[in-house]
Design a protein around this ligand. Sequence first.
Ligand code: COA
Length: 163
Amino acid sequence: MGKVAIYPGTFDPITNGHLDIIKRALKLFDKVIVAIGENPAKKPLFTKEERLNLVKEAIKELSDGDRVEVAIFSGLLVEFAKKCGANVIVRGLRAVSDFEYEMQLALMNRKLSNNIDTVFLLPSLKWIFLSSSIIKEAAKLGGNVEDLVPSIVAKKLKEKFSS
Ligand code: COA
């Protein structure tokens, strides 16, 4: 099966920054599983199924998209990772402000499963300021986010906010 990594997140919705991390992870691992989960602190705009479909559409743009799997999970991430045969968790680090939360998450995951390590990847500088929340805020107010998200996401955001 080769080296399998899991890239978890809320992906509400997937952005070009997330795609950038997936591309980088594909250079390091044979298979990347994008795992769509629930952060109890967040109230997503898109349902899990909608987020799954958006990621599936978005990865069609990648040349190595056939090495990416997309799945929904609930419960503990490390348990899901084990089920998938992944012993690496990939997370994107954008700024120093991400670090404290990411370190806490990574250390808790290590405490829960000592066999799984977290690898942090840096997105390209042009995506460093992106987050799903800022994209949703701009789109909600009628801003153009077409350069920042996959085309299917831009379309779905327009639909969500016009209804
Ligand atoms: N480009 C653009 N945006 C990025 C990014 C990148 N490269 N990397 C991170 N982000 C943004 C996301 O869009 C998101 O923005 P938002 O806060 O505006 O929504 C934010 O950074 C970080 O969110 P995300 O990467 O989606 O992670 P999360 O913190 O929402 O999700 C889970 C965390 C789902 C992985 C975590 O809660 C989890 O594992 N839950 C399952 C239960 C569990 O096992 N918990 C851990 C141990 S108790």
